[in-house]
Write a protein that binds this ligand. Sequence first.
Ligand code: PLP
Length: 423
Amino acid sequence: MAFPPPKFVTGLKCFVCGSTYQYGNMMTCPSCGIQGILDVQYDYDALARYFKHESLNHRPLDHWRYRELLPISSEISLPNLQVGSTPVYDSPRLARAVGIGQLFLKDDGRNPTSSLKDRASSIGVLKAIEFGYTTIACASTGNAASSLAGLSAATGLQSFIFVPERAPEPKVTQLLIFGATVLKVKGTYEQAFDLCREACVEFNWYNRNSGTNPFLVEGKKTAGLEIVDQCKDHLPDWVVVSVGDGCTIGGIGKGFQEMKRLGFTERAPRLLGVQAEGARPIVDAFCSGKDLVPSEPHTLADSIAVGTPRNWRRAIQQMKASSGDMITVADEEILEAMRMTARLAGVFGEPAGIAAVAGLKKAIEQGIVKSNESALVVITGNGLKDISSAKQAAGEALHIEPNIDALSHALPVLSMSNVLSQS
Ligand SMILES: *Cc1c(COP(=O)(O)O)cnc(C)c1O
């Protein structure tokens, strides 16, 4: 069955050479190769007439509310899992601890497979269906893979996931429970990635490659659309996002620009991008103004441990458009922020998500963000995704004998270890 093309999409434009292409099943720019990331273009004049405040009032609370701003055919059926419309919490105690007037947390760990990646995968599965595929594949051990497996299960697609042989068992289990075929490649992540790309061509599978697929980032964009939609008159001065490949922050920035263009807000928040000290190629390119230099990543925040980011041009373009800035944080600062966010705001995020809280704290200390400003941090993934890092941050339980005397002796020690939560 052939689906009509997305109504408001006018074409695809290359970030490197600026060439534009007709809408269709494309990955990267034919003349620039893998570097030539494509950006989906829309007819904003037509959208401005059609997509208004009032149109949102009666729509369900999920990210398909913004359907006209997504590259999906109007005749395709949507997955029935609730993607998006994740909560925004005002977090005054955490705000005081990091030294800012007002702080909001947007908990994207509340998505179906517990990370922001569901926003992208939900678009990926629909593109596969629209372009006539029955099978979709990706190479990853992380949130991209689990969300692809979950969304494929919800839409009846077959999924193949290529993981390096050393992939952690809990993550592989999450893939298998959704019915994905998991292929452990005897080699590195890069080799798994290359084999996946070759297999997609050979067997006619759709490639859900987060870094280069032009449509997936449009799904991540909905986090930005949603922030404007949810915060209304309280739109924060800064929005803080952790950065790996750069698609998330680039997508969120695009969402802000679109909401401004369509009259939903008069100003876009400034973006603060946060990378780990051991995986900072985009920060280096942002500061030097030069092309990105790949590096070997070392950080416990595995979801942002990206040495060769694909979408760095988009990330930097959006950071500049918003008069934003970038900062790096050490692993110890991430662990400290995990404790603070859990104990002072009740939100348990994985290291990559919480890196943004650590980055905000540091940006306030360095005067990049002023203490009388407001900020919203996107918590991109749930803490149960990576229990071994969480254990490093959380500490140990106390063992006691099953009698009240033993408990009485233990209590002073227990209350000591809870000091932080009283502040
Ligand atoms: C993927 C991911 C990120 C970073 O997104 P990029 O698009 O790679 O920059 C941040 N946090 C979590 C939890 C992620 O899974």
